[in-house]
Design a protein around this ligand. Structure first.
Ligand code: MSP
Length: 495
């Protein structure tokens, strides 16, 4: 079984902030989860490098678009490596192989009559790289980002999206393509109001893929960028890989780019006679007050700063735990610290710490094989079942809630059995069961906070690597003899 997951390609005009890391960490968590279920996973991410916005940003910095792209795509790649992102391929739209695919697709649609020459007369928002009709011609503000748009009038090649509107509507109505559910009606309403054919070339933008037409145009940056999801897995150049992974299973995007992904993208696929992805899931925004966190608003929250202060896994955990995926969420330092101290320090960290402390003091650091308590085992299995369901539904916060049910269960078990009492005569049995539960907790945590999972594994004295395990190991017995290693505080308390 295969699982193909993608993130949007990030614009390289600015440095990454917490909003960009959000989509990527979410995708990484799903990729790791499916690997642990035994799937053959392909995880694609990368950078979107062409277009007017990038060339204007480069000009401002006094460098060429190529230089800006090289510099900032490296920043993204390095950050993904620092964030422990297990991508299979990092694609850049400036790569030759991608450019060739885009040109071939363009030619194919031209031959088919799905691209035709016309005249675009309207407005363009450079920030959103999007064509719009303003509500008020005297004050042409972009309906999305509210910036002033520029008027353009130029010959252009149009994509006959109107031809596919009916098929697209039917597909959306009869499938689970659009997630979360409440987005489905939003998109269907847009389709029902009528789709206008979209322009796919720019006449005066040099920084882009040249269109295979007699005129020297460049291909519209969104048309170019969307095709990465095909070119990144071999479309028209590596049939073996492409047929293994296409169609995509999950495409994660932010809610600001649903029109491109839920309407234009599947229409292009229909035109190419390719199957449509299984799911396109749009998450919400991280906001501060009323404002989306963004470089242009000047309210960015730096991932590096939070990681320096709290550690990488605390950062990964917070993003996916704090708000339901799909909704907007308010960021605050206070909420971060609160979540950190309560969930990671008090619940998880304390469970591991006091258990290993007891193994050291009461059992000289060695746990011997014992019988598993069937009730505890049954509850663990039930928790795992819901956890798996929730992650398959892409509900990270609820999956994490399930893990924390297990953590509380183990903390309660320890409190009730109180192996520290002088009169206690089955200390090994009690601690065996708690340690076994912590081992299972580490497995469930692995997709979310992999380094912590490895640390817990080592502290318990387990020899192998939890990241290479399958979830079938949940509920399995511990090795016959387990020697815990030196204790390490997983999450130091923050004042
Ligand atoms: N380049 C296009 C995507 C092309 S995909 C073929 C683009 N890039 S982006 O860099 O502007 O945004 C990439 C992703 O980051 C989007 O999914 C967007 O929603 C997400 N985020 C950027 N700021 C965000 C927040 N403040 N909060 C959550 N995610 C947001 O769009």
């Amino acid at each position: 079984m295969k699982f193909y997951i993608t993130t949007p390609l990030y614009y390289i005009n600015a440095e990454p902030h917490i909003g960009h890391t959000y989509t990527t960490i979410a995708a990484d968590t799903l990729a790791r989860f499916y690997r642990m279920l035994g799937y053959d996973v392909f995880f694609l991410t990368g950078t979107d490098e062409h277009g007017q916005k990038i060339s204007e940003a480069a000009k401002k910095q006094g460098i060429t678009p190529e230089q800006l792209a090289d510099k900032n795509s490296k920043t993204y790649k390095n950050l993904w490596d620092d964030l422990n992102i297990s991508y299979t391929r990092f694609i850049r739209t400036s790569e030759e192989v991608h450019k060739e695919v885009v040109k071939k697709v363009f030619s194919r649609l031209l031959e088919k009559g799905d691209l035709y020459k016309g005249e675009y007369s309207g407005y363009y928002c450079v920030h959103c790289e999007s064509y719009f009709i303003p509500e008020d011609e005297n004050n042409p503000l972009c309906p999305d980002c509210k910036r002033m748009m520029s008027k353009i009038s130029e010959p252009s090649y149009f994509f006959r999206i109107s031809k596919y509107a009916g098929a697209l509507q039917k597909h959306i109505e009869n499938s689970n393509l659009i997630k979360p559910d409440f987005r489905k009606n939003e998109i269907l309403n847009l389709i029902k109001t009528g789709l206008r054919d979209i322009s796919t070339t720019r006449k005066n933008v040099e920084w882009g893929i040249p269109s295979p037409t007699p005129e020297k145009y460049t291909i519209y940056v969104w048309f170019d960028a969307l095709l990465n999801y095909l070119s990144g897995i071999g479309y028209l150049h590596n049939d073996e890989i492409f047929s293994r992974y296409w169609p995509a299973d999950v495409q994660l995007i932010g809610k600001d780019i649903i029109r491109f992904h839920d309407i234009i993208w599947p229409s292009i696929l229909l035109a190419l006679d390719l199957p449509i992805p299984d799911k396109i899931f749009a998450h919400g925004w991280w906001v501060i007050g009323q404002d989306k966190i963004s470089k242009s608003k000047g309210n960015v929250v730096s991932p590096q700063k939070l990681i320096g202060e709290y550690g990488l896994d605390a950062f990964r955990f917070f993003l996916l735990r704090e708000i339901p995926f799909g909704s907007d969420g308010e960021y605050s330092d206070k909420a971060f610290k609160k979540r950190y101290n309560s969930d990671l320090v008090n619940d998880l960290g304390n469970l591991v710490n006091r258990t290993v402390n007891l193994v050291e003091t009461k059992l000289s650091g060695t746990i011997k094989s014992a019988t598993s308590e069937s009730k505890l085992l049954q509850m663990t299995r039930n928790i795992y079942k819901t956890y798996e369901e929730k992650l398959r539904e892409i509900s990270f916060s609820e999956a994490l809630e399930e893990i924390w049910k297990l953590v509380s269960l183990l903390n309660r078990f320890l409190d009730e059995r109180a192996p520290w009492r002088e009169s206690c005569n089955n200390i090994n049995h009690i601690l065996y069961n708690v340690v076994c539960g912590i081992k299972d907790t580490a497995l469930l945590l692995a997709p979310f906070i992999p380094s912590t999972s490895v640390k817990i594994w080592k502290i318990l004295g387990m020899q192998d690597n939890p990241l290479e395990k399958r979830f079938t190991a949940v509920g399995e017995k511990l090795p016959d003899v387990l020697k815990t290693t030196k204790r390490e505080i997983l999450f130091p308390r923050k004042k």
